[in-house]
Design a binder for this molecule. Structure first.
Ligand code: BMA
Length: 326
């Protein structure tokens, strides 16, 4: 079949030829779908994906998959790695979803921030781990409706910072909150708003993988949703946030940089979705391996260069016109 994609736009993310790299068919136990995986590079160079796995009730849990090269040869935990625990954590009644992993040097632990699907809607929950086998649950850190959250790896002005996406009557925008101890959260500030009307990110926006610290700012890849008569389309845009004041957006792209094009992104349980929750930065400090859920059905990989993303954002991005104000 001929492609309908116009190739004159600059390609910033290159799909891996073996996509999709992980599907339900690879799983060692019965599952409906695997998608929206958090990612990290372990000290021995292993790529770890913490995958969202949905069962045939429609509830999700998390399962770790490890690979030497981050592409194939995945060793998948034979049983769920982190199951919802609704008896002790009622907020996990309908499952746990979309983990974002941040290694926190000060704690010598990984922070896993995930969506707890509670009776009142999605909430942001936190768990800490050193080995992805034992987890310390810290419970809900942002009440419903809130999701698409990740912790920054270091304190900013002595406070931990969490990027997240609360939903209010005026829309679904990206915010930052601060905490002295990872338990008490406050000092909320608006970071990035949806655009209106025909924009690709007019319906909802949310952080995708955790922010990446660069000398020029926190590089964020965010998803934007546009509603159409045949459903929503999930695409990705770029923004750069001030290093010491992440509520200040320095640059935001007008165009999306990645969207559903291939059949495994266009068709699945939810059509037209690309949804990364994690990346791995190669030891060269530049090559980004972006892992994304495709059509809420499988996991795919695309690679990009941090230098190229920043260069493109400087050429095509601008400071948001209307300063976010409460
Ligand atoms: C979002 C999240 C994602 C999902 C996407 C598309 O709201 O819940 O988990 O991939 O919708 O269904």
């Amino acid at each position: 079949m001929r492609t309908t994609t116009n190739r004159r736009y600059e390609t910033l993310f290159h799909r891996h030829e073996r996509n999709p790299i992980l599907t339900a068919a690879d799983w060692p136990y019965p599952v409906n779908s695997v998608f929206n995986a958090g990612a990290t590079l372990l000290p021995d160079g292993t790529t770890l994906l913490l995958c969202r796995v949905e069962d045939r009730r429609g509830h999700s849990h998390l399962c770790a998959a490890r690979s030497r090269n981050g592409v194939d040869g995945w060793k998948i935990d034979p049983e769920p790695t982190l199951l919802p625990d609704p008896e002790r954590h009622p907020e996990e009644l309908w499952g746990i979803e979309d983990p974002r992993i941040t290694y926190v040097p000060e704690l010598e632990k990984y922070a896993v921030v995930y969506t707890a699907y509670s009776r009142s809607g999605p909430a942001v929950a936190l768990a800490l781990t050193q080995d992805f086998r034992h987890f310390e649950r810290c419970g809900v850190i942002m009440p419903p409706e809130d999701k698409d959250a990740a912790l920054l790896p270091r304190r900013i002005r002595d406070r931990w910072a969490l990027i997240h996406r609360p939903v209010g009557p005026m829309g679904a925008h990206i915010w930052v909150s601060y905490s002295p101890d990872l338990t008490h959260w406050g000092e909320q500030k608006l970071v990035l708003e949806t655009r209106r009307g025909g924009w690709w990110d007019s319906e909802r926006i949310g952080l995708s993988p955790p922010p990446l610290e660069t000398p020029e700012g926190w590089l964020i890849i965010y998803h934007g949703v546009r509603r159409t008569v045949s459903g929503a389309i999930y695409r990705l845009g770029l923004a750069l946030l001030d290093l010491e004041k992440p509520e200040k957006c320095l640059l935001r792209s007008d165009d999306w940089v990645f969207g559903p094009e291939e059949p495994y992104e266009r068709f699945g349980d939810v059509n037209n979705v690309v949804f990364p929750c994690g990346y791995v930065l190669e030891p060269d400090g530049d090559t980004l391996r972006l892992y994304y859920g495709a059509a809420d059905t499988c996991i795919a990989l695309a690679t990009g260069s941090v230098r190229a993303l920043l260069g493109w954002l400087k050429r095509h991005g601008r400071e948001p016109v209307i300063p976010p104000a409460l």
